[in-house]
Design a binder for this molecule. Structure first.
Ligand code: PLP
Length: 373
C-alpha cells in the first residue's frame, strides 16, 4: 500500500479544482485581491454555516484569536485563562494582546479545558477564558458561562479545530465570540494562511474588523492602533468551494472515526471521550499509548508507524508551560499533571474525508504491530 499521509490535501483539491480555477480567474479579472465580493460572500456563507450572526475574515487563526481578545477588552494588565494542552498559538495570541497567560489543566477523560480549574483561576484581573475545542469537539462553554454568571469575564472560543462541530445543536461562537483558522490542514483549509472571527454581536464584529484594518474602516481614518490582518480574495474562493462540501466531508470524518473505534477496540490504546451533546468533526483522531511517563514507548510506536508509511503525528508534544517560549510563566513542571501525563502518550492517526476503509485497516494493523514490537 502507498504511504498514508496524516492529511491528504491533494485529494481535497481534486474535488474543488474546477471551482477554484474559475474562481481564481474571476478574482484576477476583478483584481479583487484583498477583501472584495468573494470575501464578503464567504463571510456571509460562513456565518450562516456556523449559525452565528457575523463573520470577519482575517489573515490567520492566531490573528483571529488576538483580535477577538482585543475586541472583548483584553489588553495590558488583563489575565486570560487557557488550557495548558493546546497549540502554542492560543497562548501567543494572549501574549500579543498584551495580557498575561494563565494556564489551567485539562480534563483527564475529554482532554478539554478543566472547567472547575478554569473557574477557580479567575481573579479580579481576569478578562477572558479561552476554551479550546480540541481535536474537533466543543468544550463545555455553557458550564463556563454558568460559572461566570455575574462576572465581567468574556469567553473567547478557540474554534480552529472544529469547523462544523456543534454542542447541544449550537456551533462555536453562538451567543458569544469564536476565532477560527483556515490553515490548509484544518477541516476547512485555505491554500495559504487564513482565519476568521465569528460573533453574534454586531459591535464586536465591527471591533474585530476595525482592529484588523489598521484600526479604521474608512481609508486613512485610524481610530485605534490596529494591525493588518485581512482575508484575501483568492483564499475566499477556495474557502467557498470547500465550505459547500464541508458538512459532507465532516460526515465522512465521523464515519472514519467510527471505523477506527471498531478497528482499534482490541488494541491497548486509550482515546479522549466525546462529551454527550457533542457532534464531533474529528479534525484529529488521537490515541493514547500507555507508558511509564516518558515518551520513549510512544516515540517507538510513532517511528514504527512512519517506517510502515503511516503519517502519524503528535498534537501536541509539549504543554505550553514547558515550552521555552513560555518558560517565564509561574507554573513549573508538575503544575498540570493531566496535560503532562498526556503529552508523552498521545499520537494522532491519519484522518481526512477521502481516507478509505482499506487505508484504515492498514493503519490499524501497523499500529497493532508497532504496539507489539
Ligand atoms: C491551528 C490552530 C491555531 C492557529 O491558527 P493559524 O491559522 O495557524 O494561526 C490556533 N489554535 C489552535 C487550537 C489551532 O489548532
Amino acid at each position: 500500500m502507498p504511504p498514508i499521509p496524516l492529511v491528504d490535501l491533494a485529494a481535497a483539491h481534486a474535488e474543488v479544482a474546477e471551482e477554484v480555477e474559475s474562481g481564481f480567474k474571476r478574482v484576477i479579472g476583478d483584481t479583487a485581491f484583498i477583501g472584495g465580493a468573494e470575501v464578503a460572500a464567504f463571510e456571509q456563507e460562513y456565518a450562516r454555516f456556523t449559525g452565528v450572526g457575523h463573520c470577519v475574515g482575517v489573515a490567520n487563526g492566531t490573528d483571529a484569536l488576538e483580535l477577538a481578545l482585543r475586541a472583548v477588552g483584553v489588553g495590558p494588565g488583563s489575565e486570560v485563562i487557557l488550557p495548558a494542552n493546546t497549540f502554542i498559538a492560543t497562548a501567543e495570541a494572549v501574549a500579543r494582546a498584551g495580557a498575561r497567560v494563565v494556564l489551567v489543566d485539562c480534563d483527564p477523560d475529554s482532554y478539554l479545558i478543566d472547567v472547575p480549574a478554569a473557574l477557580a483561576a479567575v481573579t479580579p484581573a481576569t478578562r477572558a477564558i479561552v476554551p479550546v475545542h480540541l481535536y474537533g469537539q466543543l468544550a463545555p462553554v455553557e458550564e463556563l458561562r454558568a460559572g461566570l454568571a455575574g462576572r465581567d469575564v468574556a469567553i473567547v472560543e478557540d474554534a480552529a479545530q472544529c469547523q462544523g462541530a456543534t454542542r447541544n445543536g449550537r456551533g462555536a461562537g453562538a451567543g458569544g465570540i469564536a476565532a477560527t483558522s483556515f490553515y490548509p490542514g484544518k477541516n476547512l483549509g485555505a491554500y495559504g494562511d487564513a482565519g476568521a472571527v465569528v460573533a453574534d454581536d454586531a459591535g464586536l464584529a465591527t471591533a474585530v474588523r476595525t482592529l484588523g484594518s489598521h484600526g479604521g474602516l474608512t481609508k486613512y481614518v485610524h481610530e485605534v492602533i490596529g494591525v493588518n490582518s485581512r482575508l484575501d480574495g483568492l483564499q475566499a474562493v477556495v474557502l467557498r468551494a470547500k465550505l459547500a462540501r464541508l458538512a459532507g466531508w465532516n460526515a465522512l470524518r465521523r464515519a472514519a472515526a467510527q471505523r477506527y473505534h471498531e478497528l482499534l477496540a482490541p488494541l491497548e490504546v486509550g482515546r479522549p471521550t466525546t462529551l454527550p451533546g457533542n457532534e464531533h468533526v474529528w479534525h484529529i483522531y488521537c490515541v493514547r499509548i500507555p507508558s511509564d511517563g516518558t515518551p520513549a514507548r510512544r516515540d517507538r510506536v510513532l517511528a514504527a508507524l512512519h517506517a510502515a508509511g503511516v503519517g502519524a503525528a503528535i498534537h501536541y508534544p509539549v504543554p505550553v508551560h514547558l515550552t521555552p517560549a513560555f518558560a517565564d510563566l509561574t507554573p513549573a513542571a508538575g503544575a498540570f499533571p493531566q496535560a503532562e501525563r498526556l503529552a508523552p502518550e498521545i499520537l494522532s492517526l491519519p484522518i481526512y474525508p477521502q481516507l478509505t476503509a482499506d487505508q484504515q485497516e492498514a493503519v490499524a494493523s501497523a499500529l497493532s504491530a508497532a504496539l507489539a514490537g
